[in-house]
Design a protein around this ligand. Structure first.
Ligand code: AP5
Length: 217
């Protein structure tokens, strides 16, 4: 079977993680989130985690050599995968291209989720995460059933350390300067599909599913 990948591209808070989890359930692609891999490394106190932590707190990009090692190990384990939060700059995209050709894998689509900066700040300030299972909530659009407790684990939800207004603004700046050039990079390769991600989670998912040939209206 040919190894196939999707990229979910978009600013912080666009809904990449939310959509990747739905795609995993409905289409069987494995989500590879560099942000989640890095947060796990920080939590476990590994050497990668110790290096990454300072960059993540500021909303800056973690050095490419660390990221590519994490991604390579993850991609090799799956026939169908979604890259969520990677690549983040042209140099990572070039490294990905080399890796995919080495393992005879191909990118099917790069799906760009677009949302306005104001909506992003609103969403991220209201995001809460379960520290046990990682389920993501939003106090405004997808709150837990019981006050600030995970529906599945019953433990208090937490706010990500980088979800404060100052760091969010810096993440948006880093996105514009370093990640947004990937839009043209993939447009030139004719695999870029743009989806407006300002509607509900289900409507955004239906648009992505349509691109992939499924019907979830
Ligand atoms: P990472 O974890 O990748 O963060 P990010 O790109 O900033 O993206 P987010 O996880 O914040 O947002 P998302 O788009 O997944 O949105 P979500 O679905 O949660 O990276 C964190 C840090 O790690 C980086 O700053 C960097 O330091 C480092 N890093 C990671 N990858 C790297 C790389 N490749 N190279 C170098 N450094 C790297 O949704 C957000 C909220 O909105 C949730 O509350 C959700 O419920 C809600 N929501 C989602 N969709 C909708 C909708 N349609 N309507 C209403 N609410 C919605």
């Amino acid at each position: 079977m040919e190894r196939l990948g999707l990229i979910l591209l978009g600013p912080p808070g666009a809904g990449k993680g939310t959509q990747a989890k739905k795609l995993e359930l409905e289409f069987g692609y494995k989500q590879i989130s560099t942000g989640d891999l890095l947060r796990k490394a920080v939590q476990d106190g590994t050497q990668i985690g110790r290096v990454a932590e300072g960059y993540m707190k500021k909303g800056a990009l973690v050095p490419d050599d660390i990221i590519i090692k994490l991604v390579k190990a993850a991609i090799l384990q799956h026939e169908r995968f979604i890259l969520d939060g990677f690549p983040r700059n042209i140099s990572q995209a070039n490294m990905l291209e080399g890796l995919l050709s080495e393992i005879h894998a191909r990118l099917q689509y790069v799906i760009l989720l677009s949302v306005s900066d104001d909506e992003i700040v609103h969403r991220l300030l209201a995001r809460r995460v379960c520290p046990v299972c990682g389920r993501v909530y939003n106090l405004l659009t997808s709150p837990p059933k019981n006050d600030n407790l995970c529906d599945d684990c019953g433990v208090p939800l937490v706010k990500r350390e980088d979800d404060n207004e100052e760091t969010i603004r810096n993440r948006l700046k880093v996105y514009r300067e370093e990640t947004a050039p990937l839009i043209d990079y993939y447009r030139k390769k004719k695999i870029l599909k743009e989806v407006s991600a300002s509607s509900s989670v289900d409507r955004v998912f239906a648009k992505i599913a349509e691109i992939l040939g499924g019907n979830f209206q």
